[in-house]
Design a protein around this ligand. Structure first.
Ligand code: FAD
Length: 484
């Protein structure tokens, strides 16, 4: 039944950004009602939060029924329904279940969805939420060969985790993992792709995703589930039909020019020995001319912010990547509407050592900071940009190696004006620092290097390191003592 509700704070989205924002607001304004509207039946909560150093943080994620949040915060109401209309001028929001909300402050945390190379092609799959990951697993279990397109974090994990199925990995760059690594780091990681699975499996520290009987489905539109996060593949077996691990073949510097169904391929005038390619459900033609038959294609080519239900009739300023542009108080261009997480694009002048990346940690930080900004505005208190936006920092795992990324880890935006120092021990560690004008501005640490805190300090304090030269990475020097 349709109903009208007056609420001080409304937050949209049950992912990490929305839940963190709702929790923070609900605890700060314990006597105000806070509504969290979400399309997905489960919400994502942060557990075991650990501040590893000044800016590095680690945490686990749990998917939980919304009742868990409501029990923890009696003033927080979680409504499982997708928002389908916003009238920002009237401060009014409408959900698919017919309910209307009049808010004082709204925070949009609706995340992003995979940027699919080909929309509505049954042979092309994107991975975003529990549902799509399960669909992927189902199709993989019958597959002999898949083609993976994209070179970001999801593609990296995917090609590494898939077993019993040949993987053709098409990337447009010269090296794998271009979003996170340079060619040197890629070279360090490549042997892991060739290693036997047995050697690879180390215990995983993080909690697995669970989908209990109450959930497991995306929202009504089928596309609105929360993004998965670290270890999304744990707990789902990514296995094809082949007994043995069938390997990964990388096609560098190319993109997909065409995807054919079997029928289209057989009828096509393509100048190729069709019979040699075998009979497959789909065929992918790459821009380098090569054609591969495959069972299906995984498109892991980035994400598009979920802004659609909020745009019509409003005047949101959008960034080049289609995110809702927010200022340094996480405010969009519409009055009293904030945004956080994957849906937004940082529109402030960033610190020289920070960049936005649509990652788990930033979703949490933005959700938390947006709540504090909303509170400060309500209480008419000043607030400064949080320290976490001073330095980009991210801990993750690729190919079973611990990976720490700091600052301008890939010399982003530095042009030629930088110098790199690299130390690498095959199969063990890869350390790269980025220096400009003798000061450290970024680092990539792969393996158990134990250098993250020292390097974080060196980056933050911008000490002139010119006189140390390459000694900085000398493994025989205990660098921590050096700078004490
Ligand atoms: P989401 O988690 O996407 O949540 C959005 C929420 O909004 C959902 O609850 C959704 O149901 C809801 N919603 C959407 N539209 C509406 C609507 N109209 N009305 C109501 N509710 C709506 N990051 C890392 O840091 N490390 C990783 O290793 C990593 N791996 C990843 C692997 C995969 C497969 C994927 C897909 C992402 C990965 N990421 C990783 C990225 C990370 O998951 C996201 O950056 C993060 O989850 C974003 O959080 P969010 O809260 O902004 O959005």
């Amino acid at each position: 039944m349709a109903s009208d509700k007056q609420v001080t704070f409304v937050i949209v989205g049950g992912g990490i950004a929305g839940v963190t924002c709702a929790e923070q607001i609900a605890s700060q304004f314990a006597s105000d009602e806070v509504c969290l509207l979400t399309a997905s039946p489960l919400v994502k909560t942060v557990t075991n939060f650990k501040q590893v150093s000044k800016t590095l943080e680690e945490f686990d994620i749990e998917e939980q029924p919304s009742s868990v949040l409501e029990e923890k915060y009696p003033n927080l109401k979680v409504i499982q329904s997708a928002v389908n209309l916003l009238r920002a001028e009237e401060h009014l929001l409408q959900a698919e279940n017919g309910q209307t909300f009049h808010y004082k402050k709204l925070c949009i945390c609706s995340g992003a969805r995979p940027k699919l190379l080909y929309q509505d092609n049954p042979h092309v799959l994107g991975i975003r939420d529990t549902d799509s990951a399960q669909e992927f697993q189902k199709r993989l279990s019958k597959a002999k060969r898949i083609v993976v397109i994209g070179n970001g974090g999801i593609a990296l994990e995917l090609v590494y985790e898939v077993e019993g199925c040949e993987v053709i990995w098409a990337i447009k760059d010269k090296a794998i993992g271009n979003t996170f690594f340079d060619a040197g780091a890629a070279q360090f990681l490549i042997p892991s792709l060739e290693a036997e699975k047995k050697e690879r499996s180390l215990p995983c520290k993080r909690a697995r995703y669970t989908t209990d009987k109450t959930g497991g489905q995306s929202g009504a539109t089928g596309e609105l589930g929360s993004a998965l996060g670290p270890d999304w593949h744990q707990g789902i077996e990514l296995k094809g039909t082949e007994q043995n691990s069938s390997g990964v073949h990388i096609e560098y510097e190319c993109e997909v020019s065409q995807i054919y169904t079997q029928q289209e391929f057989l009828r096509s005038q393509l100048d190729t020995e069709k019979s040699e390619l075998g009979l497959w459900p789909a065929y992918v033609q790459l821009t380098n001319g090569t054609i591969y038959g495959c069972d299906f294609v995984v498109s892991a080519t980035g994400v598009v912010p979920n802004t659609d239900p909020f745009l019509s009739g409003n005047h949101f300023e959008l960034a080049g990547d289609h995110g809702l542009r927010v200022d340094d108080h996480m405010r969009t261009s519409e009055q009293d509407v904030y945004a956080a997480g994957d849906v937004c694009t940082a529109g402030w002048e960033p610190s020289a050592l920070w960049q936005q990346m649509r990652l788990w940690t930033q979703a949490r930080q933005m959700g938390w900071y947006a709540a504090r900004c909303m509170a400060a505005d309500v209480l008419e208190e000043p607030i400064e940009l949080d320290f976490c936006f001073e330095l980009f920092s991210h801990i993750t795992k690729f190919f079973n190696y611990k990976v720490v990324l700091l600052g301008k880890f890939n010399a982003q935006g530095l042009g030629q004006d930088h110098e790199l120092l690299v130390r690498c021990t095959k199969g063990q560690e890869y350390v790269k620092v980025v220096l400009t004008g003798g000061r450290m501005v970024g680092a990539v640490l792969i393996g158990e290097t134990d250098l993250e805190e020292t390097f974080e300090n060196l980056i933050l304090n911008q000490m002139d390191l010119s006189r140390y030269g390459e000694e900085l990475l000398n493994p025989n020097i205990d660098i921590e003592d050096y700078f004490d």
